[in-house]
Design a protein around this ligand. Structure first.
Ligand code: SME
Length: 148
């Protein structure tokens, strides 16, 4: 089945709490994309200008709280735009989670014009993310926003 249909069926399932759905989404993406090596969500902490780690699949990270502006995630919290990083070691404002990470994509979740969180994907492959991946993730974040 097409990936979007599988993601939709997780989001539309009546029983699960949103955090369980988000974890299932991480698990599905992790299974389906060999170059997605850490897949997780961060959400804004109320009115505070910081992100809190949500459901994820991958190695445990020290970055459970990220101030706005810090790292790739913190920059997306203020830019409201997708950030694709083909080579993380070329970034000055970057928070390393794993020395194996080579690339990252962060897509904001915008609900009613407000940036409420994001999906963050790290890859051990250099420059792996395609235009289709970006389009799929932006679609997904838009679908998630409808459920929040
Ligand atoms: N690399 C991110 C931090 C989060 S971890 O990748 C899980 C950043 O620079 O914001």
């Amino acid at each position: 089945m097409e990936i979007k249909k599988r993601l939709s069926s997780i989001l539309e399932s009546p029983s699960n709490h949103i955090d369980e759905k988000l974890l299932k989404i991480c698990q599905l993406l992790d299974q389906e994309y060999s170059y997605f090596n850490w897949t997780g969500f961060y959400f804004r902490n109320g009115d505070k200008e910081e992100l809190i780690l949500g459901p994820y699949v991958g190695a445990a990270t020290d970055h459970t709280v990220i101030p706005f502006g810090k790292g790739i995630c913190g920059q997306v919290a203020v830019s409201n735009e997708t950030f694709v990083v083909p080579d993380v070691w070329e970034q000055d404002n970057y928070l390393a989670c794993s020395l194996d990470t080579k690339a990252e994509i962060v897509v904001p979740i915008i609900k009613e014009g407000k940036n409420i969180g994001q999906i963050d994907i790290d890859s051990h492959t250099h420059d792996p993310f395609t235009a289709e991946d970006r389009e799929m993730l932006e679609w997904l974040c838009n679908e998630i926003a409808k459920k929040m």
